[in-house]
Ligand binder design. Structure first.
Ligand code: SIN
Ligand code: CO
Length: 384
């Protein structure tokens, strides 16, 4: 299944709305078909590796349970929602829903959260720190969204950070295929009217704390940035308890010089930003394929028109000719660039295009390494 936004100008969206103001796009997807159903979502939330939450409001009291869940028989007919994180890591069909949003750079895209809500179900009014598109699947849900405004927080349960109320600029009932965009910090709340599936395409943007602590981890791991403060020109001073402005400037320079090392900074950023926040469903090939095994598989797939896929949630980022995948880096030569570009910009590939771009040993070996690691795979159900 391929998903396409209808009548949507990417450039206009970026210009007018991205990080600026919320927008509701009715009928963004025509004849929308859900990539999964509530039972499949409930099944995923039973898995150990999958992060999920059940949020219930009963007699005005909020309850939160964390997955994995064993059964759902205790749930009432109304007022609850099941939220499952990183569904794109586990469902190729659901991962396809991210494709229309890939006009935003890879490194800014996070994951796909899917919620199933019974009538009345919702997580309460809140704000998120990140941009999000919320797509309405099956059912109808009443959504309200406000512009950034002064808000009062409340914590009705230790695991729920809500707000008391807000002025809405969008107040509408979403139907299948309708799409909301909500910038960071804009208050919103959605309550299901009918049993509803909602897909949240989430983005990420590191803050200074994230960057500094990850950069410190990188420095420890790489054993770099060991230059120490030195003062061979120290002279006598009146006040020995002062650290003077010159010394502060020198320490500042010592810190700044770490991020001025271009190759180190790029290595850090590529590794850090290409790591997924949630577990990936990596299944390495064992025993690993030899080049001739891969050539044969590609040819069989071409004969039967079977496509190959990138592992859901796999993050591929380029910095010049370095490719970063899932926190690892590969320096590419010019023969490997075309296949690497294809892999980094698409999530599904025909065998024919893979064959065409691996007609030299370096490119074939790159694809072989990625296939053996489990990063690129052929749909096992369809394969011969
Ligand atoms: C939901 O789907 O219920 C929650 C989405 C959100 O508000 O972030
Ligand atoms: Co939200």
């Amino acid at each position: 299944m391929t998903y396409q936004l209808f009548n949507f100008s990417e450039a206009e969206f970026l210009n007018t709305y991205w990080q600026k103001k919320p927008v509701l796009i009715k009928g963004a997807f025509k004849n929308f078909i859900d990539p999964l159903d509530a039972d499949e979502l409930a099944g995923l939330a039973m898995e150990e590796e999958v992060e999920s939450r059940l949020i219930c409001k009963q007699a005005n009291k909020w309850q939160v349970e964390h997955g994995p869940f064993e059964d759902y028989s205790h749930l009432p007919e109304t007022d609850w929602t099941l939220l499952v994180q990183a569904v794109d890591h586990w469902s190729t069909e659901a991962a396809a829903l991210m494709s229309p949003f890939r006009f935003i750079p890879n490194w800014r895209i996070d994951d796909l959260m899917v919620s199933f809500s019974m009538p009345g179900g919702g997580v309460g009014a809140h704000v998120d720190q990140y941009d999000v598109f919320i797509l309405q699947g099956q059912g109808k849900r009443h959504w309200k969204v406000g512009a950034q405004q002064k808000l009062t927080e409340k914590v009705p349960h230790p695991d729920l950070l809500q707000i008391t109320g807000f002025d809405a600029c969008i107040d509408d009932i979403l139907e299948p295929g309708d799409l909301l965009y909500i910038p960071p910090g804009c208050p919103h709340e959605g309550y299901a009217i009918e049993p509803s599936l909602n897909y949240s395409i989430g983005f990420r943007a590191p803050n200074q704390q994230d960057l500094l602590s990850a950069f410190a981890d990188f420095a420890l791991q790489e054993e770099c940035f060991k230059q120490r403060y030195a003062d061979p020109n120290l002279t006598l001073r009146d006040n020995i308890s002062q650290i003077n402005t010159g010394e502060i400037a020198q320490i500042k320079e010592l810190i700044l010089s770490t991020v001025s090392d271009k190759s180190k900074l790029e290595l850090f950023l590529g590794r850090y930003l290409s790591q997924a926040k949630h577990d990936l469903n990596i299944q390495p090939i064992e025993p690993a394929y030899e080049p001739e095994d891969l050539i044969e598989l590609l040819e069989q797939a071409q004969a039967q028109a079977i496509n190959w896929f990138r592992l859901g949630g796999l993050r591929c980022i380029f910095i010049d000719t370095q490719l970063f995948i899932n926190g690892e880096s590969v320096e590419l030569n010019s023969a490997q660039m075309p296949i690497a570009q294809l892999i980094a910009t698409q999530e599904e590939y025909s065998a024919a295009e893979l064959i065409e771009l691996t007609n030299n040993p370096d490119a074939l070996n790159l694809l072989l390494a990625l296939v053996n690691e489990g990063f690129i795979f052929i749909d096992a159900d369809e394969a011969f």
